[in-house]
Design a protein around this ligand. Structure first.
Ligand code: FO1
Length: 343
C-alpha cells in the first residue's frame, strides 16, 4: 500500500513516524507492507558557515531514524556545541541559530556531496541510507527554493531568521519563494503523487511547509489530479497551532487560525452537491479533513464545503489509549477511514 505525504518539520515528522509504527504493528488494510514516501519542504534551507542546512529534511530523517532530540523536535539527541562556539569566536555563525556538533557532520556530508554535483534528492537518499527511516524522503525540488519573509516595514529576511530569531513575532506581510520560478518537482515527486493509494497532509505548517511544497510548479496540479484520496490532518486545535507559530503564518496570508479555515483554505476537490444535485468540481485539494474533538462543531460546515470531515483526538500523546494504541493510531485509522480505506 503506497502512502505519500507532504511534510515540513516537526509535526510532519512525528505524524509520519506514528503512521509508520502504527502500520508496522497493525498492518495495512490491504495486507501488503506500507510504502511511505514523504515529499519534504526545502524552503527552510539555508547556507550557514559554508554548509547547506536543510532543517525539514533533517528533522524528518532524524525523527524517523531515531536520532532526533525529542524535546526540541529537531536536531540530534545528546548534542554538543563546541564547533559552533569556535565559529562564534571567529565571528561566524548566528548566535540565534546554533548548529550542534553531530548535526554539523550531516551538513558537511551534504555539502560535500552537493559539491561533487550530486543532486539534493540523491544526497538525501545517501544520508538516509545510514538512518534507515522506513520511508523514502524526497525533497520537493532539487533546485533551491528558499522561503524569505517580507516584514511589515519592507525588510526581507530568510524564513529561519523570522522563525527563530524573531519567533515570528514581527508581523509578516508576505512569503517569497526565492528561486521557485526555476524549480521543478524533485525526481520521483510527481510519480509519488500519481501512484499513491492514499495521499496524506500531516499537521505541518499549511503556509510555509505544505504551502511551500504546493508552490513548486507542477505539484499542486499533480495533487489535484491524483486518483488517490487526499486527506489532511488539522495543525490547528481549538484555535491554536499544536506547536510552532502557524497562526502568525496564517494571519500573514489572511486565513483565520481555525481547523475549519485551514480546511477551507486547502479546499475541497469536489464541491458539495451542486444546484441540481450535481457534483460540481471544487478547486481544492482535499477529499477529507480530520479535526480535533475540540473542533467537532466545524464538521457540518466542512461537509457542506464538500469535504469528508471527522473529529478525533489529534493531540498525539505517546501514552497508549484505552485500546492499547496511541492516539496516533486512532488518527491514522481515522485518516485512512476518511480516505475510504478500511482500517
Ligand atoms: N530552531 C531554533 O529555534 N533554534 C535553533 O538554534 C535551531 C537550529 C537548527 C539547526 C538545524 C536544524 O535543522 C534546525 C534548527 N532549528 C532551530 C529548528 C528549525 O528552525 C525548524 O526545524 C524548522 O525550520 C521549522 O520546522
Amino acid at each position: 500500500m503506497r502512502i505519500t505525504l507532504l511534510a515540513g518539520g516537526v509535526g510532519g515528522a512525528r505524524f509520519t513516524r506514528g503512521l509508520r509504527d502504527h502500520l508496522a504493528v497493525h498492518g495495512t488494510p490491504d495486507g501488503e507492507p506500507a510504502e511511505l514516501t514523504v515529499v519534504v519542504n526545502t524552503g527552510d534551507d539555508l547556507w550557514l558557515d559554508g554548509l547547506r542546512v536543510c532543517p525539514d529534511l533533517d528533522t524528518v530523517m532524524y525523527t524517523l531514524g531515531g536520532a532526533v532530540h525529542e524535546g526540541q523536535g529537531w536536531g540530534r539527541a545528546d548534542e554538543t556545541r563546541r564547533v559552533s562556539a569556535e565559529l562564534h569566536a571567529y565571528g561566524l555563525g548566528w548566535d540565534w541559530f546554533t548548529l550542534g556538533d553531530l548535526d554539523i557532520a550531516t551538513h558537511v556530508a551534504r555539502t560535500e556531496l552537493l559539491r561533487r554535483g550530486i543532486p539534493l534528492g540523491a544526497v538525501t537518499e545517501r544520508l538516509c541510507a545510514r538512518w534507515e527511516p522506513g520511508a523514502r524522503l524526497l525533497p520537493m525540488s532539487d533546485q533551491p527554493v528558499e522561503t524569505h519573509v517580507e516584514l511589515v516595514g519592507g525588510r526581507v529576511v530568510h524564513f529561519e531568521e523570522w522563525w527563530v530569531r524573531h519567533r515570528a513575532a514581527v508581523p509578516a506581510r508576505r512569503f517569497l519563494q526565492v528561486g521557485v520560478e526555476d524549480a521543478v518537482p524533485g525526481p520521483g515527486v510527481l510519480e509519488a503523487l500519481h501512484d499513491a493509494d492514499v495521499v496524506l497532509l500531516p499537521p505541518s505548517n499549511p503556509v510555509v511547509s505544505i504551502g511551500t511544497i504546493l508552490g513548486v510548479p507542477g505539484i499542486r496540479d499533480a495533487l489535484a489530479a491524483t486518483a488517490a484520496p487526499v486527506v489532511g490532518v488539522s495543525p490547528i486545535v481549538g484555535g491554536s497551532p499544536v506547536r510552532g507559530m502557524a497562526d502568525a503564518c496564517l494571519t500573514a496570508i489572511g486565513v483565520e487560525t481555525s481547523a475549519a479555515a485551514v480546511g477551507a483554505h486547502y479546499g475541497a476537490r469536489r464541491a458539495a452537491e451542486g444546484g441540481e444535485g450535481l457534483d460540481v468540481a471544487g478547486s481544492g485539494l482535499l477529499d477529507g479533513w480530520l479535526v480535533d474533538v475540540a473542533d467537532a462543531g466545524a464538521v457540518p460546515a466542512l461537509e457542506r464545503l464538500g469535504l469528508r470531515a471527522r473529529a478525533v483526538p489529534l493531540l498525539m500523546g505517546d501514552d497508549a489509549g484505552p485500546d492499547g494504541r496511541t492516539a496516533t493510531g486512532a488518527i491514522v485509522d481515522a485518516a485512512l477511514g476518511l480516505a475510504g480505506v478500511p482500517a
